[in-house]
Ligand binder design. Structure first.
Ligand code: HEM
Length: 156
């Protein structure tokens, strides 16, 4: 065991940027997830996600907004979150990150699940009621079924 940070072990910003390009290509192509990102520049989002994870992995500091504040007006169910998680795991794997490091990456990412997801739509209505930032609630599209962008039933 060395004292190397996860950031250094995976190959630093270069690998983070590589994974996040693959990841957001999938998100921006996905019939459900892409709707949350409508109007948001993909490259800018990739850069912020890279900066965020860099800090959490022991690399340079994240200067963006706090996560709860960014996502507070979005209805993100557990199912949607798991779908994102599935695409992230695929992307990390496709970018060539070794399995043991991929596991550590996903563990860090998952530590933010509770800050982002809402237990139920009732909770979301109760907890979020600011009139100046509209709620974003996007229903799961029908027939999202048997293609590459859907999520396997086993991960639900
Ligand atoms: C299904 C789950 C998620 C959805 C639908 C989602 C959606 C979004 C959207 C639409 C934005 C742009 C918001 C804006 O700029 O006003 C955003 C920003 C961001 N998200 Fe997420 N997100 C999800 C989960 C996560 C998770 C788990 C993380 C971290 C581990 C994360 C990290 C970020 C960061 C760092 C930004 C940029 C913040 C900034 O503008 O400074 N997101 N997300």
């Amino acid at each position: 065991m060395t004292n190397k940070t996860l950031y250094d072990a995976i190959g630093g910003e270069r690998m983070l940027a590589r994974v996040h390009k693959i990841f957001y290509d999938k998100i921006y192509a996905h019939p459900w997830l892409k709707q949350y990102f409508a109007g948001h520049d993909q490259q800018a989002i990739e850069g912020r996600q890279t900066s965020f994870m860099s800090e959490k992995m022991g690399g340079p500091a994240y200067l963006g907004k706090p996560l709860p504040q960014v996502h507070e007006n979005m209805y993100i169910s557990k199912e949607l979150y798991q779908l994102r998680n599935h695409l992230l795991a695929e992307s990390i794997h496709e970018a060539g990150v070794p399995a043991a490091l991929a596991k550590r990456w996903l563990k860090i990412d998952n530590a933010f699940r509770r800050q982002i997801t809402k237990e139920s739509i009732e909770d979301f209505y109760r907890d979020y009621h600011f009139p100046f930032k509209q709620r974003i609630i996007i229903a799961k599209p029908p027939l999202m079924g048997n293609n590459k962008t859907s999520m396997p039933d086993s991960s639900l």
